[in-house]
Design a protein around this ligand. Structure first.
Ligand code: PLP
Length: 409
């Protein structure tokens, strides 16, 4: 999407009229419940015959406005905003899975996503089948008639692995299952998931979209294209709407789990959306420039950024994400001790988790995000003690490079 298209789609999203004050941005409606003129109007709204708001766990004007803006930018069929990235992931899987089903995914997952699949959903009778998603044959063999979907992260972290989405979606669709992608790492203004066959996109809007660590949030973006679900509850809805998934999510799962985004967060993230492209371009360009310079330092063993030409995923990354695949990179030092010593000496770069804050953030994933996993689990997930993750903020290449050099020094 070019800049003009993005501006046209985003900035033209109208606020509902009439607003008594002519507000230019959508106000924050902190109202919890909505009043009706008559019992009949109330019945119509509660039974879904009109789309009036009833209660803010279900819909809210400010959150809905945020959802509509995302819908315009992505061209999706349905968008649901939740109160964290994990709420988006868990609500999606609870809509798709059933007891006795299985999910095809990789061991290269965000720590809580891994735990949600392997521990939480597993306890309800869903089996997780960990595969190498860069191996089409292995994926094809793992799918059977009980598979509820294929789930992946578009660039895994900290491993920085990129699967061929078009190839995966072809296999998934041939076998009658949807492809679900966590696209947190590249915003939808740059990466058009639907063009690569993704059916449902989940995003931790906490990261890029929030506008620099303002708030937790999550999005479920349903393209409404997949229509051969095996999930019994979704099959029962076939023919009632373009997307049984979206219908079940909005009418049942999301209401029952109660993890809707709050209006204050929707307001902040709506502002974040307006500067998303600008911040991404700056942060990704600085990240790529820095990655190139880090490769010249002898103390750094490997630099992992899929936008570098000698990266094993360079070609597929370029095809899917363009020249600037995100603002996060990882690199390896000699040992865990060396990583700690280096991290402790940084002056500009901050020691914190999170991605795409306006400040650059550093973390040692093995001892933090993956700290509660066993050595064997970390090994299977390819999370190494020598790896450091850097999320690049709005600083310049030179300032970041200087800080890294002095800390290595
Ligand atoms: C941060 C993150 C999540 C979880 O998001 P929260 O808002 O913290 O719940 C999920 N997936 C990826 C890839 C993330 O980076």
């Amino acid at each position: 999407m070019n800049e003009k298209e993005y501006e046209a789609k985003l900035l033209s999203t109208p606020c509902p009229k009439p607003d008594p004050y002519g507000a230019l941005s959508m106000p924050v409606y902190r109202a919890l419940a909505y009043e009706f003129e008559t019992a009949e109007a109330m019945e119509a709204a509660f039974c879904g015959r009109t789309d009036e708001h009833t209660y803010s766990r279900i819909t809210n004007p400010t959150v809905q406005h945020f959802e509509q803006r995302v819908k315009r930018v992505t061209g999706a069929y349905g968008v649901t905003a939740l109160n964290s990235g994990m709420a988006a992931i868990s609500s999606t899987l609870i809509t798709l899975a059933w007891s006795g089903s299985n999910l095809i995914t990789s061991r290269h997952l965000f720590g809580n996503t891994y735990s949600f699949f392997a521990n939480t959903l597993n306890a309800f009778g869903m089996e997780v089948r960990f595969c190498d998603l860069t191996n089409a044959k292995e994926v094809a063999q793992a799918i059977d008639e009980h598979t509820c979907g294929v789930f992946l992260e578009i660039i895994t972290n900290p491993q920085m692995e990129v699967a061929d989405l078009a190839a995966l979606s072809e296999i998934a669709h041939e076998r009658g299952v949807p492809l679900i992608a966590d696209t947190t790492i590249i915003p939808f203004s740059v990466f058009h998931a639907i063009d690569f066959g993704v059916d449902i996109e989940v995003v931790a809007s906490t990261k890029y979209i929030s506008g620099g660590a303002t708030s937790l949030g999550g999005l479920i973006i349903d393209y409404g294209r997949f229509n051969q679900y095996r999930t019994p509850a979704l099959r029962a809805l076939e023919g009632t709407s373009q997307s049984p998934f979206h219908t079940r999510l909005r009418k049942e799962v999301h209401r029952n789990l109660g993890a809707y985004m709050t209006p204050d967060v929707a307001y902040q993230q709506s502002l974040g959306l307006e500067t998303l492209q600008l911040r991404f371009e700056r942060q990704a360009a600085v990240c790529k420039g820095l990655a190139g310079k880090l490769k010249t330092l002898p103390a750094i063993k490997t630099v992992n950024y899929t936008g570098l030409e000698d990266n094993p995923f360079y070609e597929i990354s370029k095809k899917q994400f363009g020249d600037y695949p995100g603002a996060m990179l990882t690199f390896d030092l000699e040992s865990r001790e060396e990583c700690y010593r280096f991290i402790n000496k940084l002056k500009l770069i901050r020691r914190a988790t999170n991605l795409f804050d306006n400040r650059s953030l550093i973390i040692h994933p093995a001892s933090t995000i993956f700290g509660s996993f066993t050595d064997a689990q970390r090994e299977a997930m390819n999370v190494k003690q020598t790896t450091i993750r850097l999320s690049v903020g709005l600083e310049s290449v030179d300032s970041l490079f200087d800080d890294i050099c002095q800390a290595l020094g």
